[in-house]
Structure formats: C-alpha cells, structure tokens
Write a new protein. Structure first.
Length: 412
C-alpha cells in the first residue's frame, strides 16, 4: 500500500459509519429516517497530496476565501505573513535565521491537479490592499474580486470582544474598522476598480461605504456582484460589476438593516430580525440568493430583488463563532445539495437545498487529511469535487474528490 493510500481519509458521509438510519434536522438534532426510505447524499474522499508543494519554501497562512473559476482553476486568498514566526520572515532579520519559511503571495491560483499557476497580491498603485484579505470570487471574464475583514486582529479571527452583530457576540466597543472596501482585479492582479476606503464607514444604509465585506458572488448574466457586507455592516449589497456602482441592498428578512446592538445569541429565543454576521452570499442557478448569517446559525434565502423566501438553521445550538460560515452548491443540474462550512464545529454539513434540511456531514476536528481546524470557505468544481479553506490555525486548503452518491448519514 502506498503512503498516500495509507493516510487516505474517507469522508464521514459514507455508510460505513453505521449511521445510515439517522438524519439531522435543521436545529441540529438527529432524527430517525424510518418510513422515509434510504436517502442518498454525495460521498467524498480527501486527496491528501493536494495541492502540490509550493516553490521558494512558501507556506500559507489562514485561508479566508476559496473559489473555482470557469476553467476549473482553484483560487485562494490567504493572510500570508501570519503563517510563519517573525524570526523566520527574513526582511526584519539580516540575515534570516532559517531557510524555511517565507510567506506565499496572498492570492494563489491552482489547477485541478494542485499545480500552482499564478500568484500575486499585496500593495500596489491606485488601490488599498486589505490588511486581512477576506473572500474571493472570479467572474466569467476571469476578473477577481477580494474584500477585507481586518478590525483589530491579524489572523482572521473575530475581534476579542466585538459588539453583537459585528462578527461576535460581546457588547464591548470594537476598535475602528480598517478594511472597509472591495477591490476588483484582472486575473493577473491589475486593478479594475475599488469601492469603499479603509476606515471610512457610514453604516448599513450607506450607498458609498462598506464595513468588513466578507464574501462575494457574481451574476454574470445581469452583470452584478453580490457582496456579503456583514462582518461590520448587516446587509447584502449589490453593485454593478463593470463599475462598482451601488444598485440595492437589504437586511434580514428583506427588511431595512439596523445597526443597533443585539442581545447575546440565544438558540431558544425567537430568531433575530437582523443579521449578526453576514459571511457569505451565493446565487443558485434558479436565481435564489442564499445568505450565511453566521452568528445566528442560519441560512436565509431571497429573490434577487431582496424579497425574503425562507430560512433554515444549521447546528442551531452553536454559539461562539457560529455555524454557517460559507456555502457551495452541488454540481448536478438541479443543485440538489448545499455544502455548509462550519468552522466552529469543524465539519462540513450537507443540506437538501429545497428544504434546508441537514442530511449528512463530512470531516471532524483535527490535523490529519480530511479533518478540519477552522473550515471557513468552500467551493465546488465542475466535476463535483469540493475544496475547503481553513482559517485560524488551520492554514491550509484541501480537496475532497466526489465519489458518487451513497446512504446519507450524520456524525456528531
């Protein structure tokens, strides 16, 4: 048996776990599937040798965004310098104390085999590079959209005690935000436009400013970009893809966003009427807009004009960082399934998209291939393979190869 096969990890959605008769409701409880038939869910197997080793002794830091473009190339945005100890970085040590390691550029492009194709990122002329890059999307023309989440901490974690609805659940005043902008680049890293400016915020009703935008999706047909403007603000924002000009925005339930401080999250209380932390926004093929309300442990679904359709909860009793960090869709024509990255519970949940019911999960906390530490971003290629990025001390991106359908199961 080869080393690769010896350490290969099979996703926990496989029937071998012995949980094929159990399912998980949207409030996180396991329920019996008797009388419902033997439901099926996607199965995955981790590729422990993906990606290929990086050149120049590069290592990556917290991965704050993963996406797949039209060519099945995988793009990540990562913090970079936080991946290594200060005495290893080099420039401030003359000479450096070690040949290993140096921080990789913050935007990396890979092919499906894990080969590094391009790299760029960092300060440049005409734009403000985010202090903590957060979220990444690539449009049909190959342009790359990136935001930022810095507000007092360097590695992508929530602030130590930010006010509720600002990326956490405390009530202490947060430091002034720094990353309050979105930048669009060509695939080679040349500036197209920037909207917003660092440390310039006006609240969730502003048509000209943002506040820690965390995720993006592109409606290529309508030439619009959807922005999860929700680690500082509490809204979904839509802008013109060509110019970045404001078009519309909305808050939870399609209502006007409100920046007033919310009480601490209580899973037994009625659902909050405002978002606490909008960490992602995703467009399905049928035109529905799915929003990660991370600290409220829920997904809300809207029409493109912001009209509320429905909501569902994922691991509803999760506190702390919340459970719904990022979303991706299966690649079957109907996009029957959704994959929800839950960085706090260190797993990926598989949901039925029509009901928002959790039917399976894969991965658990750990360092081995196929396990997670801070899985905060997720994407799917045209073959149905899943790519995950880990923030906090995770510092990696992984590939899970699609292995067809099998009996649905959940392990908690």
């Amino acid at each position: 048996m080869t080393c690769a096969r010896a350490i290969r990890f099979v996703g926990t959605v496989m029937a071998a776990l012995g949980l094929s008769g159990l399912y998980q409701s949207t409030d996180g409880q396991l329920i019996s599937a008797q009388g419902r038939g033997r439901a099926q869910a996607p199965r995955f197997e981790v590729d422990p040798l993906w990606p290929q080793p990086l050149p120049n002794n590069w290592i990556i830091g917290p991965v704050n965004g993963v996406t797949v473009d039209a060519r099945d190339h995988i793009w990540i945005v990562q913090v970079g310098a936080a991946a290594i100890q200060p005495n290893e970085r080099g420039p401030e040590n003359n000479p450096p104390t070690s040949t290993c390691c140096s921080a990789a550029p913050q935007v990396l492009e890979f092919d499906a085999e894990g080969n590094l194709l391009s790299k760029w990122g960092g300060r440049g002329q005409g734009f403000d590079w985010p202090l903590v890059p957060q979220g990444i999307a690539v449009d049909a023309a190959g342009n790359v959209i990136i935001g930022g989440a810095q507000a007092g901490h360097i590695d992508g974690r929530p602030d130590p005690a930010p006010p509720a609805g600002r990326g956490g659940r405390g009530n202490a005043a947060a430091p002034p935000p720094n990353d309050a902008h979105v930048i669009k680049f060509t695939r080679a890293g040349q500036l197209v436009w920037q909207i917003g400016k660092p440390a310039q915020v006006e609240g969730s009703e502003s048509k000209t400013t943002l506040n820690r935008p965390a995720g993006f999706d592109v409606d290529n047909a309508a030439n619009e970009i959807y922005i999860a403007d929700g680690l500082g603000n509490r809204r979904v924002l839509v802008v013109d893809a060509a110019t970045g000009a404001y078009k519309r925005h909305w808050g939870a339930y399609g209502e006007k966003p409100d920046d007033a401080v919310l009480p601490p999250y209580d899973p037994n209380a009625p659902p909050a009427r405002q978002f606490r932390g909008v960490s992602c926004v995703r467009l399905a093929r049928d035109g529905m807009v799915y929003v990660c309300d991370r600290q409220n442990d829920r997904i809300q679904v809207f029409q493109k004009d912001g009209k509320f359709v429905k909501e569902g909860f994922v691991s509803k009793t999760t506190i702390g960082d919340g459970s719904v960090w990022d979303i991706a869709f299966s690649r079957d024509p109907q996009q029957q399934f959704m994959y929800v990255a839950d960085g706090h519970d260190k797993t990926v949940f598989v949901l039925r998209r029509d009901t928002l019911e959790v039917v399976a999960n894969f991965g658990q906390g750990g360092r081995l291939p196929g396990t997670f530490y801070g899985v905060g971003s997720i994407a799917v290629d045209s073959k149905g393979n899943v790519y995950t990025g880990e923030t906090f001390e995770g510092h990696r991106v992984q590939k899970f190869v699609y292995k067809g359908m099998g009996p649905a199961s959940v392990q908690r």
